[in-house]
Design a protein around this ligand. Sequence first.
Ligand code: SAM
Length: 298
Amino acid sequence: MSNQIPIATPVRTAAIVNRYFVHAKKNLGQNFLVDLDAVQGIVEAAGIEPGDQVIEIGPGIGSLTEQLLLAGGKVFAYEVDDSLPEILYNELPQKIAGEALADRFKIVLKDVLKANFAEDLAGFFDPAKPVKVVANLPYYITTPIIFNLIESDLNFASLTLMMQKEVAERLAAEPGSKAYGPLTIAVQTQMRVDLALEVDHRSFMPAPKVDSAVVVLTPLKEDERADVGDRKHFNWVVKMCFSQRRKTLNNNLKNLLPDKGQRDQLFTDLDLDPKTRPEQLPIATFIKINEEISRLSK
Ligand code: SAM
């Protein structure tokens, strides 16, 4: 059944919750958006235009999905809660700009961390066209989802993601700050980071305890992007460099380069103080550390 009142409103959400006996599942990070302005802010930040191919992670009861569809998006959604597809197929508009819902929306019950994008999207999306990922993320797995997306071969135009503000700060962090770390470096070597909007906790039902922000990540052009070699390997080396962030770089490098002579060689070659802490180093230095480790451990 469809309705004129958007799903992203307290009144319509309450009606759906009552009709289907929905209980927001805390363990799945279910905080449904009930603020139409916030939802439209996300859709605008993602720049959704008619014909855009959109992957949504965790559609919930459809607050964001509905607005993505109305803006012209063709939406493929990953969800793990098996009570939701029935609600979505009933409550989303059955016709959008003359097209049937089934032609514009598909949901798969699958953990997005186990997604095989090429396989999952085949037959629904045109593989030659880039996709936009848009999500009000399940906060308990924000970081693994971001790593998974940016390490995947998915051809994406942008990622527009709502997350806890603290993680958004990590994405945009500068060296020397507390928020700077492996996530910052993995993202900033590949993507431009733009903070689009902050969202009040009262915009959700139930309201989360943390503040939220929407970040747009856009792939850097080939000539703007640093060459980090194999991305997954680079990200792993950076994680190892930060494994004990209060300790010195020398301490953190012990697992990667157990031989002291080789570590000394690295510090000399890169003109680095072994006592530096990882969070003080700019991204360019991690790229050099990664290259040097590959060279020395051959
Ligand atoms: N998009 C809806 C909204 O904005 O109101 C719901 C967002 S809610 C914060 C997160 C959604 O992600 C929930 O629907 C939850 O069931 C789903 N989810 C949780 N873990 C997931 C996973 N591993 N893969 C896919 N979806 C997941």
